[in-house]
Ligand binder design. Sequence first.
Ligand code: ING
Ligand code: ZN
Length: 301
Amino acid sequence: YGYQLNPNTFMKYSEIVVLMKRYTQVHNHVTLVSYGTSYEKRELYAIRFTTGPGKKTVFVEAGMHAREWIGTASVMKIIERFANDYDSDTDIIHLLSLYDWVFIPCSNPDGYEYTFYQDRMWRKNRKPNNRCMGTDLNRNFDAGWSGEGSSSFECSLTFHGSRALSEPESEALVRFIKSAGPLIGFFSIHSYSQFIMPPYGFTRQKPKDSEELTKLAYKAARAITQATGSYFTVGTPPELLYVAGGGVYDWVKLKHQAKYSYAMELRPKHNTRNGFILSPLNIKPSSVELFAALKTFANGF
Ligand code: ING
Ligand code: ZN
């Protein structure tokens, strides 16, 4: 039993919230956390799964960039599994025996909503600046903030904001991460390109444990290929894309001591044309890919 997602549609934020509330109502191992409010006064939600005290937390965040719908949808499918199958699915039972799990399916709900009704290609949040709307939330955190790969121009897609954590969505997320207890893993889910990216994004330098983190990323990439046949490339943002300061996963690695901090780019592959706009038929396989990766990571921490 349990509430089933329609596998064939991308949900609006209001539908996502309704579903998460239902999971909390019918399951004791599920808690919905309202961790703040967006600029347009939407509640920011995280959903936590736990089957007992004393465990470290794996934290998965998606939807920071409004147009990257597949991340939100894939995380919602995984949330559905953690909610409904916690006593029947041996994978879920095992993952919940290892760690507590926190998921944020949509950390930028104002932007996300805007992509449904106004501009499908919107990326930033929706707080106005003097000349243009919105800050790139993944350039607004306090790790290499305002450095290379971000823009001080308000109208840019990668505007870093007036100061680190100038935006209600990033400020609330940092406060919530700090309150979430010791993290073992952190995943920032984006699209697209099919990449698994160990830290860092803000510099070409590598953390001391880079080799270990990279090895585990290769293992996760192989698990994805076994699960669906898709290929994911492993490398840091500077190696595969560009240097980009102010990202949340760098902040978590650098300032919040979560050893295993990764960013992922989900379907479709790199250099696909219009890759943000993809058929909902991708939701199921993309969630299978993300799940295969998360499972491999959790077993390898
Ligand atoms: N890609 C990410 C971006 O924010 C990234 C890549 C992740 C850079 C983490 C730095 C840190 O640009 C997308 N598609 O948004
Ligand atoms: Zn993104």
